[in-house]
Design a protein around this ligand. Structure first.
Ligand code: PMP
Length: 432
């Protein structure tokens, strides 16, 4: 049996309709921006493998840090005990997060970083005796993960229909998506802010927090908003005394051109969720970072006001070691140069696509546009395009009619330009 056949007989894959999907492609090696399959075909990873990889596959420095840590301490209970990699990583993250942040709570994936943030926000008010605050606010198309809290605030992403009866109360608003030369952007932003203001006037004292993906909504279709909008939003939500959670699971660690989207937008939420790029794509790890006043809200003489939440692999020492190695690379001038090169290549390529596609947009190293067709998720045209591109050695996963690039920072300029050239040719083929 081939690897694909063995896989088919025993593995259940995520986001996959196994009745109609084709066989899974076995990957045997990774090298820089490339994945290499069992037939030695090189596939250019233009989506950083589910948006996790930062510096390339099988990066030797991160691999070495993992080996060294594994030989010293692979795991320990993290309640009553601690370890150097977790302490160092928290210190280093706090150095690059906005100055108001002072505490790092560890978990192990994006969903649990969000789940913790929602629980922290909820219990913060509960501990203060404000037990009426049972509502949350989210954005339509926002995606925050697959656990129940994360699904509740991501209800409008379109992924969770079977579970909707089990969700808690969330009020949703439109994300003022924008793109290059969008003349209606300010009108869209003002409409959302006005609607939200009216809502908060009625429900602020029943609301624990607002959660959003700052600057770029990922799974909802790489929808982008302006820093100006986030600044006004922050002012408004704060004036009503509601907490703000930024889900930077995807935007964190340089994707937007700054370490974090909050820095790029010049805004300071109360809680930030990070995962994906944190270990450079090597190991599962996540953090929920908090401002000091949030942490203080859990202190008392009673265990009942503590955050009684944690996971077996919390603050995994090997994950923390990988994260420290990845952060070191992220801070290098070479990565900053590469991020600028990627942004510039996106800008030029998108302008060349001008009439072929709709809603060209980019934010740092992330670029997206819409195919001129109906926006059905998994539609035939984008699935056909995905397969054609894979045959040409490019890994892209359209989100409905949205094509996006989110490459690792190590990608070469020539490879990225070539990918755009192939994509343009293929788009003409499938939409003609
Ligand atoms: N938040 C955002 C913004 C995400 O993009 C994702 C994953 N796509 C998650 C949360 C959930 O992360 P995970 O898949 O690691 O649970």
């Amino acid at each position: 049996m081939t690897l694909s056949e063995r896989d088919h007989s025993v593995v259940w894959h995520p986001f996959t309709q196994h009745k109609t999907s084709s066989m899974q492609t076995p990957i045997v090696r990774g090298e820089g921006a490339y994945l290499i399959d069992e037939n030695n075909n090189r596939i250019l990873d233009l989506i950083s493998s589910w948006w996790v990889n930062l510096h390339g596959h099988a990066h030797p420095e991160i691999a070495k840090a993992i080996y060294t840590q594994a030989m010293q301490l692979e795991h320990t209970v993290f309640s009553g005990f601690t370890h150097e990699p977790a302490i160092q990583l928290a210190e280093q993250l706090l150095e690059i997060l906005p100055p108001a942040f002072s505490k790092i709570f560890y978990t192990d994936n994006g969903s649990t970083a969000v789940e913790s943030a929602l629980k922290i926000a909820y219990q913060y008010w509960h501990n203060r005796g404000e037990k009426k605050r049972q509502r949350f606010i989210g954005f339509k198309n926002g995606y925050h993960g697959d656990t129940f809290g994360a699904m509740s605030v991501g209800k409008k992403s379109g992924f969770f229909a079977p579970y909707e009866d089990l969700f808690f109360s969330v009020d949703f608003f439109s994300y003022p998506s924008t793109w290059t030369n969008d003349s209606a952007v300010e009108k869209k932003e003002q409409a959302v802010l006005t609607e939200l203001d009216q809502h908060l006037k009625l429900y602020a004292d029943e609301t624990a927090a607002m959660i959003l993906e700052p600057l770029v909504q990922g799974a909802g279709g790489m929808q982008m908003c302006r820093p100006e909008f986030l600044q006004q939003l922050e002012q408004l939500v704060r004036s009503h005394g509601v907490l703000i959670i930024y889900d930077e699971v995807m935007t964190g660690f340089g994707r937007t051109g700054e370490y974090f989207a909050c820095l790029k937008a010049n805004t300071t939420p109360d809680i930030i969720c990070l995962s994906k790029g944190i270990t450079g794509g090597f190991l599962p790890l996540a953090v929920t970072a908090c401002q000091e006043f949030i942490y203080q809200g859990f202190l008392s003489d009673s265990i009942g006001t503590a955050l009684l939440h944690g996971h077996s692999y919390t603050a995994h020492p090997i994950g923390c070691a990988a994260a420290l190695a990845s952060l070191k690379i992220l801070k290098s001038p070479e990565v900053a140069r590469q991020q600028k090169m990627i942004e510039n290549t996106h800008r030029v390529a998108l302008s060349e696509l001008r009439d072929t596609v709709d809603q060209q947009r980019y934010c740092g190293t992330i670029a997206a546009f819409n195919l001129k067709m109906s926006p059905t998720y998994g539609s035939n045209v984008s699935e056909k395009l995905r397969k054609q591109l894979l045959k040409k050695g490019l890994l892209l996963r359209p989100l409905g009619n949205v094509i996006y690039f989110l490459p690792p920072y190590c990608i070469s300029e020539a490879d990225l330009k070539n990918a755009y050239a192939i994509l343009i040719e293929e788009i003409q083929g499938v939409t003609a």
